[in-house]
Design a protein around this ligand. Structure first.
Ligand SMILES: Nc1ncnc2c1ncn2[C@@H]1O[C@H](COP(=O)(O)OP(=O)(O)OP(=O)(O)O)[C@@H](O)[C@H]1O
Ligand SMILES: [Mg+2]
Length: 233
């Protein structure tokens, strides 16, 4: 129990135009989801935030499910700070959806003793390994919900930010007329208190981030950004 006065909504600034639509940065204490098509900048944003966390004197846990973490790219973003960054990002590379869950449990035990050091958990992507399973059985969906539940608990219990990325598919189910939808549908939506959709746009290289869900900013606002050598701007 605590008085409202003592509850602080802490945020980690991305130091990019994204902060404008996020009211300052990525929130600690809950899950933020970024979804969008391939190449829209999802991994870039997660890497930039992980580097930022280390620059702020903390550590990040990075779960890479699709070999998306590029050392060259981190060198570009971290510049002179690369060695420090490399020492303070803890990487997990699960190869199956089951391994992804096992890694989350390992992270849970780790946080139990070292939570003070960790400010961020990235899961890039939340659904790549889930999608590999042919049958989207209720059991698999239950597993996805369980993983999100674990991440949500970590974020609240240890006051850290969780950033997950998600992919999209075109739904040709008659109802949606080929609309773009995030994978993992209602499950990921339920657990993500902040949701950002990325789009590629013209001129080439330009991207747009649309705020799809937030608790204190108007949904639908957007900002333009570009991927550059040092991250996004
Ligand atoms: N140094 C750089 N300068 C400019 N653009 C870059 C640089 N490094 C990478 N990019 C661009 O970043 C884009 C890839 O972004 P990113 O990997 O974040 O996409 P993603 O949304 O994670 O895609 P996927 O769904 O395939 O994982 C590519 O278009 C690439 O050209
Ligand atoms: Mg990626």
């Amino acid at each position: 129990m605590k008085v409202l006065k003592n509850i602080e909504q802490k945020k980690i600034a991305t130091n990019s135009s994204l902060d404008k639509i996020l009211g300052g940065g990525i929130e600690k204490g809950n899950i933020t989801q970024i979804y969008g098509p391939p190449g829209s900048g999802k991994t870039n944003i997660t890497l930039m935030l992980a580097v930022q966390v280390v620059k702020n004197g903390k550590k990040a846990i990075y779960i890479d499910t699709e070999g998306g973490i590029s050392i060259d790219r981190i060198k570009q973003i971290a510049k002179d700070g690369f060695e420090n960054v490399a020492n303070n990002i803890i990487v997990f590379e699960p190869h199956s959806f089951q391994e992804q869950e096992d890694d989350l449990k390992t992270i849970g035990s780790f946080l139990n003793s070292k939570s003070d050091e960790i400010d961020l958990i990235v899961l890039d992507s939340a659904v790549a390994l889930y999608r590999l399973n042919e049958s989207k059985s209720p059991i698999l969906n239950k597993e996805l919900g369980k993983q999100m539940g674990l991440l949500s608990t970590f974020s609240r219990k240890y006051d850290l930010a969780v950033l997950i990325t998600n992919q999209i598919y075109s739904a040709f189910d008659g109802e949606s007329n080929g609309n773009i939808r995030p994978v993992g549908g209602d499950i990921l939506r339920y657990w993500s208190k902040v949701i950002i959709e990325l789009e590629r746009s013209e001129p080439a290289g330009q991207r747009i981030a649309n705020l799809r869900r937030h608790r204190s900013m108007p949904e639908g606002i957007n900002t333009k950004f570009k991927i550059t050598d040092s991250g996004i701007c």
